[in-house]
Design a protein. Structure first.
Ligand SMILES: Cc1cc2nc3c(=O)[nH]c(=O)nc-3n(C[C@H](O)[C@H](O)[C@H](O)COP(=O)(O)OP(=O)(O)OC[C@H]3O[C@@H](n4cnc5c(N)ncnc54)[C@H](O)[C@@H]3O)c2cc1C
Lengths: 249, 311
């Protein structure tokens, strides 16, 4: 079974971002970049399926600027077999990425596509679902447990009321939630080995996809900032404040 | 053109998140229709027809719609999509699961978690865990968007007199099957609509402590219980307690954070609370930078004291 894993290069989750003074966007020029945390979980799950003998090959894909090669190399070091970069300097919105991935699904014919449930930069939570729709595949989003058997994926999903289990026929799209697994750390020798693994580069035109953005960003602003309040000496004062000042009790 | 809102429900009751999504639809302007797709969900369709400001309810009823499977529910929305210029759903687990499928099939973008409607094409949405707000304009023929519940005051659940139109159910796509559900029993107010939320973090140290300390406090206050990711990951409480960038978004009148450090991913889910109280032994904890009232000290003594002081 072949698994395709889609990964995104994003501003590291530890970075405190700043809105540009001209409100044209977020200043990411010097920010530390990393693999989207949910996508690390996606790579880890694929590697575990390969280690278990369920998967035979793992192909990782990233869509974006040339530097996305860095996160692809990380995924190769974690255990992916080969990588594909769909290189573009344009802003790629979720629908465009889903179409690029659909074009690669047509070429690669994976039985399983694993993506993170959301990217921590645009927080869209769309790409996996969109890919599933375009490829005519079932989807199992927000996965916290994944079992593959008999041409089916049985997936425990994190939903608002708790957990839900569904079974989907393969090929299918799965998106990861935080508790699916705990990703391993990259080992130094594997980083060296990853350098010799194949990495193919496509342009969006080669895949025949129009990636023109559908949403125009008019401005980006800072949300109203909360200011720190007061430290109180004791519980008694807190209760008084909540009753008399804040009037929430 | 009219606006379609996908109703959230469990075949028995209409989920209040629907009322916030209807409120967002009203800001856009135009007739608001609610789609109730389910099985044996006649009571939900009835409740939907009474929602203030709803002009029409579309009701599809079939076994394949019983469990909100994405493939079948998206097909149901798509079956009527041609009549609408806007398609909205509350940004619940169901809405987030289904709506991108609808958007992609229509070849349009989705605008996720809108927090403001500027005009029929222009919306505001949070990015980077809510640390920035983007104003985006859609050039697509149909606007598909999920609605952040906390950003729109709900419309009244009663007072409307919409007509209910039965529509044919979309066929079973046959790609997915519901197996089981493990729902957390709710003896308390629902987290996303509660007036008061008591929330615990890793500082609680165990599931036993979480229950022993925070349940009496929540009981006293009639509050919902929430948690940080660390508390959920450690197994103190179930996953649906998680508040934050990738969990639930809450905006109660009062949020009491106990043993939570205040990582940006957590703040993303609660910083719109009206009043925030933090109880933490670390005076440098970032939670204090957003808290209206802070108590620095050991939660194991402060929380029982608070319960006692509430009388
Ligand atoms: C992709 C991604 C998504 C994430 N999404 C979320 C999310 O949705 N929600 C979320 O919450 N987190 C999320 N996180 C995790 C987040 O970064 C933090 O790790 C998490 O919020 C920390 O939880 P915590 O505050 O309970 O634990 P900690 O940071 O360990 O804080 C524990 C706090 O308890 C205090 N404490 C300990 N003992 C006591 C005591 N006896 N008395 C008083 N205080 C005490 C400590 O001083 C400390 O401040 C996400 C992270 C990533 C990478």
């Amino acid at each position: 079974m072949k698994i395709l894993v889609a990964i995104k290069r994003v501003v590291d989750f530890n970075v405190k971002i700043r809105v540009k003074p001209d409100r044209s966007g977020v200043d990411v020029a010097d920010a530390k970049m990393s693999m989207n945390p949910f996508d690390e979980i996606a790579v880890e799950e694929a590697v575990r399926l390969k280690e278990a003998g369920t998967a035979s090959e793992i192909v990782v894909v990233s869509c974006g600027v040339a530097q996305c090669q860095e996160v692809l190399r990380t995924a190769l070091a974690l255990g992916a077999d080969r990588a594909i970069l769909v290189q573009s300097d344009e802003e790629l919105q979720p629908l465009a990425v889903a179409k690029l991935l659909k074009a690669l699904v047509d070429r690669e014919r994976p039985q399983l596509v694993i993506l993170g449930k959301q990217a921590i930069d645009d927080d869209s939570n769309q790409t996996g679902q969109m890919l599933a729709a375009l490829a005519g595949m079932p989807q199992a989003t927000f996965a916290s447990k994944l079992d593959i058997a008999d041409g089916r994926a049985t997936v425990v999903r994190e939903v608002d009321g708790g957990l839900e289990t569904i079974a989907v026929t393969l090929p299918a799209v799965v998106t990861t939630d935080l508790r699916l697994n705990e990703p391993r750390y990259v080992k130094l020798p594997n980083i060296m080995k990853a350098k010799s693994k194949p990495l193919a580069v496509f342009s969006t035109a080669e895949l025949g996809v129009d990636v023109a953005p559908r949403l125009e960003t008019i401005s980006v602003s800072e949300p109203a900032r909360r200011s720190a309040g007061v430290r109180l000496p004791d519980v008694k004062t807190l209760v008084e404040k909540l009753k008399l000042e804040a009037k929430v009790l | 053109m009219a606006i379609l809102v996908l109703a959230e429900h469990d075949n028995r009751t209409l989920h209040p998140a629907t009322l916030n999504a209807v409120a967002a639809a009203q800001r856009i302007g135009g007739d608001v229709h609610l789609l109730v797709a389910g099985h044996g969900a006649g009571a939900v369709a009835g409740a939907a027809a009474r929602v203030s400001g709803v002009a029409r309810v579309l009701h599809a009823d079939a076994p394949q719609l019983a469990d909100a499977l994405a493939e079948n529910l998206a097909a149901q929305v798509l079956a009527v999509a041609g009549r609408y210029g806007h398609i909205l759903a509350p940004a619940t687990a169901t809405g987030k699961n289904v709506l991108p499928r609808v958007a992609a099939t229509l070849d349009v973008a989705q605008i996720s978690e809108i927090v403001a409607v500027l005009d029929a094409d222009t919306f505001q949405r949070p990015i980077y865990a809510g640390n920035a707000l983007a104003t985006v304009r859609s050039a697509d023929a149909v606007k598909v968007a999920t609605v952040r519940m906390t950003a729109f005051d709900p419309v009244a659940p009663e007072g409307g007199h919409a007509s209910v139109e039965s529509i044919p159910a979309a066929a079973d796509a046959g790609l997915s099957r519901f197996v089981s559900r493990e729902t957390t029993r709710l003896e308390r107010p629902e987290l996303t609509s509660a007036r008061i939320v008591v929330s615990g973090g890793r500082g609680l140290g165990s599931g036993g402590n979480f229950a022993e300390l925070l349940e009496p406090l929540a009981d006293k206050l009639g509050a919902a219980l929430g948690a940080s990711r660390a508390a959920v990951d450690a197994g103190y409480v179930p996953n649906d307690y998680q508040i934050g960038q990738t969990g639930k978004i809450v905006a109660p009148q009062l949020y009491i954070a106990v043993g939570i450090s205040g990582a940006i991913q957590h703040l993303a889910g609660m910083k719109d609370a009206k009043v925030i109280v933090a109880i933490n032994k670390d005076p440098e904890a970032p939670i204090f930078s957003v808290a209206d009232y802070g108590l620095v000290g050991d939660l194991f003594t402060l929380v029982p004291e608070l319960v006692a002081a509430l009388g």
